[in-house]
Design a binder for this molecule. Structure first.
Ligand code: BGC
Length: 409
């Protein structure tokens, strides 16, 4: 049967460094997970011990039939103190990139995924006026050491939300509440950091460089009113990143749900972003994260990114569902990938579907409860067990087409 996804389209899975490596003790999140009074339900601890087990994981991903792996490097390890760069840690990440190439897996490397070295947080974190310059220097060193082995570079993961969550709702470090001025300052510095880091990285690599944005599918209904706090702030910051991205080589789209805005404001489940629910009650309508289970959101997000950047190439760098029921993950991917297929059919240059996540991992303040993984982990032995969804996505990747849905469904 004919393929439905173009030759070279990348099917893969993603992880974030802090969420899987384990023992990231020099990072601000490690401090935050152990500080009194934070919303964290448990510390990251050994996570998935990916720091030591990456070889098995990359071999497993390749064995499933996937052709791309998105993972991160950890600034807190590479620059453990200001201006001190660790050759040994850069060598560690070089070995990870080499392992990808040994298995013909394209590495999509994220330079920053939420965490900061503690010393950067102590200087004021994203709100420090030194942040862009420090980030540029770290990116320069890392790209100099690793650039020739990278497939794609993501500079900063989901920068649009970092100011609001750290300085207004206080659910990320440094845990400040209600300081919209600091949140705006953080956003400005993150924009500047990307602006400076992208050329610094390009100087050492031929890999395309871009930013990855959280883009929910925001659906305004008749009579919808503006003024929805974090949602609007993040959306406006995304618009600024979309503008910047016109100079980039690609844009990373990361989508989990839609948010419907009616005359009375947001009316989707889980749309009150300031109230992070910890009870993980999953229903047919709502995922473990409290979001609406709405896989078709991916189509709206891709179209928004395409329009807003004037049509630069798109990588879907994250998309997934937190669920205890793996058959829901398969159904979710089938609908999300159907949207990708339609977008490609409409002439949008979408180049990848990278599922979040390869492994059940540390979901930030929520801890290990939410299950986003294609692969389960035994938390006492670190044994990996691919779920049926992992094999399903591998088969889609091998055939470059979605399975035919039987007429009875
Ligand atoms: C983040 C991941 C996170 C995932 C699921 C994304 O916003 O990049 O770190 O685990 O969403 O919530």
């Amino acid at each position: 049967m004919a393929a439905e996804f173009p030759e070279g389209f990348l099917f893969g899975a993603a992880v974030g460094a802090h969420q899987v490596e384990g023992g990231n003790t020099n990072s601000d999140w490690w401090w935050w997970e152990h500080a009194a009074g934070t919303p964290c339900v448990e510390p990251s601890g050994d996570a998935c011990d990916f720091y030591h087990r990456y070889r098995e994981d990359i071999a497993m991903l390749a064995g499933l039939g996937l052709s791309a792996f998105r993972f991160g490097i950890e600034w807190a390890r590479i620059e453990p103190a200001e201006g001190e760069f660790s050759i040994a840690e850069l060598d560690h990440y070089r070995r990870m990139l080499d392992a990808c190439h040994e298995h013909s897996v394209l590495p999509i490397l994220t330079f920053h995924h939420f965490t900061l070295p503690r010393w950067v947080q102590d200087l004021g974190g994203f709100a420090s006026s030194r942040f862009p310059e420090l980030f540029e220097r770290y990116c320069d060193s890392a790209a100099r050491a690793l650039g020739d082995a990278i497939g794609y570079v993501c500079t900063i993961n989901e920068p649009q939300g970092l100011g609001w969550s750290g300085y207004v709702v206080g659910i990320n470090p440094p845990g400040v509440k209600g300081d919209e001025v600091a949140a705006r300052r953080a956003a400005e510095h993150l924009l500047e950091a990307h602006r400076r880091a992208a050329p610094a990285i390009r100087a050492h690599t031929k890999a395309p460089v871009g930013v990855t944005l959280a883009i929910p599918d925001i659906q305004y209904e008749d009579g919808a009113t503006p003024g929805h706090g974090g949602l609007e702030v993040e959306s406006a910051i995304n618009d600024e990143f979309f503008e910047l991205a016109r100079e980039d080589d690609f844009i990373g789209v990361q989508t989990y749900t839609r948010i419907r805005i009616g005359p009375e404001g947001p009316r989707s489940p889980g749309s009150d972003w300031s109230a992070v629910s910890r009870d993980l009650v999953e229903t047919d309508e709502v995922t473990q994260m409290g979001y609406e289970n709405y896989p078709r959101a991916l189509g709206g997000a891709i179209r928004r990114a395409w329009r807003s950047t004037g049509g630069i190439p798109i990588l879907v760098t994250e998309n997934g569902i937190a669920t205890q029921h793996d058959e829901k993950r398969i159904a979710f991917m089938a609908e999300a990938l159907d949207e990708v297929r339609k977008c490609i059919g409409d002439g949008i240059d979408v180049r990848s579907y990278i599922h979040w996540s390869l492994l059940d991992n540390f979901e930030w303040a929520f801890g290990y409860g939410p299950r986003f993984g294609l692969v389960a982990i035994d938390r006492s032995t670190f044994e990996r067990k691919p779920k049926p969804s992992a094999h399903w996505l591998g088969a889609v990747a091998r055939n470059r087409r979605l399975p035919t849905v039987s007429a009875s469904r």
